[in-house]
Design a protein around this ligand. Structure first.
Ligand code: SME
Length: 158
């Protein structure tokens, strides 16, 4: 399902409002996952956070089916976003070399890296049961939210 501008027009301000005045990173990422998941038909919405001590991504707050707990460099769409710092839009995960299938129902995926103080600290991962569910229109619409997370990241309490 492609979200239209009107959906994002309501959703993004709601998400930004959820962050206002709340210092808990876990609480904020949890509520953002819920808000994004329930606004649309995405199959899985959530965050993987960089575990700098282990040099891995570790599962953060999410909504959807049980997912892989840890992701390592060199394999998977989330790790690609982490390692390159680039947004990953995958229209068909079955044709994407290295894709890690946490759920067999996922057919397309969008991963947006989140930066703070010059390094990637997390990724936002969106999975859809539809093929080709994501485009640059989604990343553009989500940009204010990603920027808000990036601005607040180091001010939030872990
Ligand atoms: N598909 C991801 C793994 C995370 S799950 O989709 C929630 C990847 O290839 O990195």
């Amino acid at each position: 399902m492609h979200l239209n501008k009107a959906t994002y027009g309501t959703l993004i301000p709601q998400c930004l409002a959820l962050l206002e005045g709340e210092p808990s990173r876990v609480a904020n990422l949890a509520n953002l996952s819920a808000a994004l998941k329930h606004a649309c038909d995405w199959h899985w919405v959530g965050f993987y956070v960089v575990d700098f001590a282990r040099n891995e991504l570790v599962l953060g707050p999410f909504q959807g089916p049980v997912a892989c707990t840890r992701l390592r460099k060199g394999k998977g769409v989330c790790a690609e976003a982490w390692e390159t710092g680039l947004i990953q839009i995958v229209p068909n995960v079955h044709e994407h070399s290295g894709h890690i299938a946490c759920s067999s129902a996922t057919n397309s995926e969008l991963v947006i890296p989140i930066q703070s103080e010059g390094r990637i600290v997390a990724v936002l991962d969106l999975d859809s049961v539809d093929f080709d569910a994501f485009s640059a229109a989604d990343t553009d619409a989500l940009k204010p939210l990603v920027q808000a997370i990036e601005t607040s990241w180091n001010q939030w309490e872990v």
